[in-house]
Design a protein around this ligand. Structure first.
Ligand code: HEC
Length: 130
């Protein structure tokens, strides 16, 4: 009886450890992957996002996640950079620079790590037109 629960316990602990390792590996693969390739690779990724299909409604939906930090209306005193009314290309550039690890900011790198080209293009289009 005790033998069984001990084995079960070890199995659970090992699974948790495995998940943590996989998460770490995943993060190191997604984030600074481009940093070593120089800016050329970043630029290529930026151009790819600029060419990606845009869905502004989806962009608005995704932007809900950003509102906690980025004010959704013009606020000259805001400490976190404003996104509304900015050029779509500038926003795409910044977002891809975070996603590739070229721009170093933990919060924004994590936020962008899981965004697809289409999601970044849609976010930029929405912010640019608001
Ligand atoms: C937890 C807070 C937080 C959240 C959530 C967040 N951001 Fe940011 N964002 C920041 C901070 C802080 C900076 C400035 C970082 C730096 O100094 O590079 C920033 C910078 C940026 C920049 C660069 C602006 C510039 O002028 O350089 C863009 C673009 C951006 N965020 C887009 C987004 C989008 C789109 C989302 C939602 C999908 C989002 N952020 C969610 C905190 C946040």
């Amino acid at each position: 009886m005790e033998e069984t629960s001990g084995t079960l316990c070890r199995f659970v602990a090992m699974s948790a450890f495995g998940a943590a390792v996989m998460l770490t590996v995943h993060q190191s693969l997604t984030s600074p992957a481009f940093a070593e390739g120089g800016y050329e690779k970043v630029e290529k990724a930026i151009q790819q996002v600029i060419a990606a299909p845009v869905d502004k409604e989806y962009g608005e939906y995704l932007a809900g996640e950003c509102a906690t930090c980025h004010s959704s209306h013009a606020d000259p005193d805001a400490e976190i950079p404003q996104l509304v009314g900015r050029s779509s290309e500038d926003l795409i550039r910044a977002m891809v620079e975070y996603r590739t690890g070229y721009r170093d900011n933990q919060v924004m790198q994590t936020t962008m790590a899981t965004k697809s080209d289409e999601e970044i293009a849609s976010l930029a289009a929405w912010f640019a037109s608001n």
